[in-house]
Design a binder for this molecule. Sequence first.
Ligand SMILES: [Fe+2]
Length: 289
Amino acid sequence: MSSPHITLVHLSDLHFGGYADLAQIEALETFIPTLGASAAVVSGDLSQRARHGEFQAAHAFFQRIRAHMPLLVVPGNHDLEWWRSPLGIFGQTVKYEKYARYFGDLTPVLELPGAVIAGALSSYGVAFGSLTWNLRDVAVKGHLPASETSRVKAIFDQAPAGAYRILTFHHNALPGGISRRHGLANWRSAWRRLLTTGADVVLCGHDHTEGAGQIGGELAVSTSGTHSSRTRGGRPSVFNLVKIDGRAVHIQHFRWESSGGRFLRSDTNSFARRGAPVAVSVAGGEHES
Ligand SMILES: [Fe+2]
């Protein structure tokens, strides 16, 4: 029997450093505790260049949110020092040392009453699994190894029956609404494996544009925007509030209104859970093409 519902704040791409919008960060600190959420999830890119000061600013922000609710965070492509081990020549751990010093586990799990949230690692820097034929993708694109999707499946398999299963990683699982770009290399394989994990919803970011859609007509995807000045097309920043109930996943967008210095409730997209008809996606790409 599922819990009545669970509500999660979904943030991404804060990019502390030169591009972070402090007015938004400060507004988030006061607004998030009013939303009645059980937890906050940050799907990566806390920093711009994985610098100590950027991580420290993110850490302080997270501590202020954690005064109100648990918070889970995974690293984005900007949060690892890939240049310390390109193509893994000096091992994998060195790339994540600085991030781990501040935020610990790269793949955290958070158990809540009636829900389990699992973090997966999609950010590897310049790595064989993330390479494509497009030079723009070097150190930007991510991938989801089979070992990650099977590890997450095992976590979800062991969760209590009826618990909502939430998966988060950094790279956008659906193509961006403006960019039309996938965040994951080998996305067809990733989609097939994501559908086997048992997740109810994927929370991701990376594209700097909000989105809500489905993979295969059954797995909802929440893509949160950025709170830096680097939005696409000059559009306002957006973060998401994700509510799961027994029947559906509801993805509510909150749009930044810079003149008023506040976030405004915007569109909601609702997707039926397992086995329901495919819903229209503002992020596009609910089927392979
Ligand atoms: Fe980003």
